[in-house]
Write a new protein. Structure first.
Length: 171
């Protein structure tokens, strides 16, 4: 798992230092973003890929990610996926997202040791250049699901997580 995180981090660093000019940007292809998220839809830390469905910098899109949690007795992995919508202009967007996260979500799993599927939502702000450049996201993510306690009925949970992410925008 450490190798995956190191490889993703090095890829992001290389992408940040890739030279670009206005002549080599093709606006006829969808915009995509890679970013590292701290807290959020995937738990503690996730590496994500986000892409627009259209050639516009705003509008509908999707995200997929891979996360890892290692906090003492809480160890595991997460795979967040979801749909999102960006509304705004000039690189400043309101983001609304909904999806699911599969895996072991740290503190949620203190009652059993099985992976689970939880629902997630995201409401926040995204600064994202229309062509290429650094991006940042900040907002509130929520995880929603059931906890299976030993010898008891399932209990629903709702966990709000303030999150932030940093990454790079490509076109």
């Amino acid at each position: 798992m450490k190798r995956i995180i190191i490889a993703l981090t090095l890829s992001l660093i290389c992408a940040l230092y890739t030279p670009s000019s206005a002549q080599d940007i093709d606006r006829n292809v969808p915009q995509f973003v890679t970013y590292m998220e701290i807290l959020g839809q995937g738990g503690l830390v996730t590496f994500n890929y986000d892409r627009r469905f259209t050639n516009s910098a705003d509008g509908p899109g999707f995200r997929v990610g891979l996360g890892y949690v290692n906090l003492g007795q809480f160890q595991g992995y997460t795979f967040p996926v979801g749909l999102n919508y960006l509304q705004g202009k000039n690189g400043k967007y309101f983001e609304l997202g909904i999806g699911a996260t599969y895996g072991k979500i740290g503190i949620i799993d203190r009652f059993d040791n099985e992976a689970r599927l939880t629902g997630n939502m995201f409401f926040g702000f995204r600064y994202q250049p229309e062509d290429r450049g650094l991006n940042i996201r900040a907002g509130l993510a929520t995880l929603v699901g059931n906890i299976k306690k030993p010898e008891q009925e399932n209990e629903a949970f709702f966990i709000p997580l303030p999150g932030i992410s940093f990454g790079y925008t490509f076109r």
